[in-house]
Unconditional design. Structure first.
Length: 100
């Protein structure tokens, strides 16, 4: 009986983690900040390293009471018709980027 309880507990934790990750991957809100981030600065993208690459813009990440810039880069989509929906701040709420 105790083994069954452990197994159910592990299943519940695994399901909760999977649901949390899927909401982030689909562009769900997952961070709040007291003030909106500063506007992004100007930077050079450069050229795509090859055909089929998409540029993901940089963004401000809020962590431990301050904003940190995360640079963009060239990436390959996970499948042929995938479209990148960029991460963004909506007021003080962060919406993660995701492939649609």
């Amino acid at each position: 009986m105790q083994d069954l309880r452990k197994w159910i507990g592990k299943l519940a934790v695994t399901g909760t983690v999977a649901l949390g990750l899927s909401s982030c991957a689909s562009g769900g809100y997952y961070a709040r900040a007291p003030i909106p981030p500063p506007p992004p600065g100007a930077y050079v993208r450069g050229y795509a390293p090859g055909p089929g690459y998409v540029y993901r813009d940089g963004y401000y990440n809020y962590n431990r009471g301050r904003y940190n810039w995360t640079g963009g880069g060239w990436v390959r989509p996970p499948h042929a018709r995938a479209v990148w929906v960029a991460p963004r701040w909506e007021g003080n709420r962060w919406r993660a980027g995701y492939w649609r």
